[in-house]
Design a protein around this ligand. Structure first.
Ligand SMILES: [Zn+2]
Ligand SMILES: [Zn+2]
Length: 154
């Protein structure tokens, strides 16, 4: 069952988060919980700055550096992952199979959820190397909004 808590993160997600942190000896501090929640509830793939701005509202003492470090440790534990361009990493906590469209101009990251029949076939060549657990597929190009902006400038 998907019981939504008020902030949009499921109780299951939070329990899973706590269990994994504890299993790896990472203390479940209110800051870490807030940072994880912010990424997990957002559909926008926030970057570290955006997470910082949001978390700071409830926790004025948090520093940008703490946010960066926390995101990295959550990434190591497999609780969040990076998407977008490495020069401006954005974070995602949605592990349902989906792909991303990243705009080369504004850096916006859009989710692409394949319909059941549209899931990507893993080429047999890949399976010769081993079993695939996760497909990390990213399309890049100019997003519709930026296309419009570009037209306006002409
Ligand atoms: Zn764009
Ligand atoms: Zn995503």
């Amino acid at each position: 069952m998907n019981t939504q808590t008020s902030c949009g993160v499921t109780a299951e997600q939070l329990e899973n988060f706590k269990t994994i942190c504890k299993a790896h000896g990472l203390r479940v501090t209110p800051q870490r919980v807030e940072i994880f929640k912010m990424v997990a509830q957002s559909k926008e793939h926030p970057d570290a700055e955006r997470v910082f701005e949001a978390v700071r509202k409830t926790m004025p003492n948090v520093s940008l550096d703490t946010v960066y470090r926390t995101l990295s440790s959550l990434e190591e534990l497999g609780l969040v992952f990076r998407v977008g361009f490495s020069s401006k990493a954005r974070f995602d906590a949605d592990f349902d199979e989906h792909y991303h469209f990243v705009c080369t101009q504004c850096g916006e990251v859009y989710d692409v959820f394949p319909a059941p029949g549209e899931r990507l076939e893993v080429p047999p060549e890949v399976e010769e190397y081993g079993r695939v657990h996760k497909i990390n597929l990213q399309f890049s190009g100019l997003c519709a909004r930026c296309q419009k902006e570009t037209k306006k400038d002409l």
